[in-house]
Design a protein around this ligand. Sequence first.
Ligand SMILES: [Zn+2]
Length: 178
Amino acid sequence: MRLWLSHELARQISHHALSEQPREACGVLLGAGEQVKRVIPITNTAGDPLRHYHMDERELARVIGGVDGLNLVGFYHSHPKSEPIPSPEDVKHAHYPNTPYLIVGLKDLNQPQWAAWRIDYAQVSRVELHIGDVPPPLDHQALSTRARIAILTSALIAFILMIIISLSLLPPAPPIPR
Ligand SMILES: [Zn+2]
């Protein structure tokens, strides 16, 4: 799984995160497949917004199912004073498995740190994050899996054809002498 966002969208997220400092900023990423096409800031209604985030439920409900033909492709929030690593609280409240959670860490204000994660029922794993204006290179692993399937399929077809051809080339059975 990967997440791709352009420099402009990354700028929108860091702008939102910096403008909310020292509170955590949060929002939704809409797009298609692995590509983010729109960043939607959501109000952080957490009781302690300096250390947590909770997305305003009404605002979230309006966009969670997608908007203008764009689908939900991920979530984002900021860590105003720490690394972009999911906190125990983030893990506990991650209700969308198989969905990237992008975090921007503002420990060093001059150099925001980015990381994306999958949080599948408390299982956390890193998601490859691509920030750039051109599409990321093809996923080599996926490509090799596809290639492997193609090779196996053609080998199987060749084998079946060989059996059919050799059966059709068999001479007729000799007459049984009486
Ligand atoms: Zn967090």
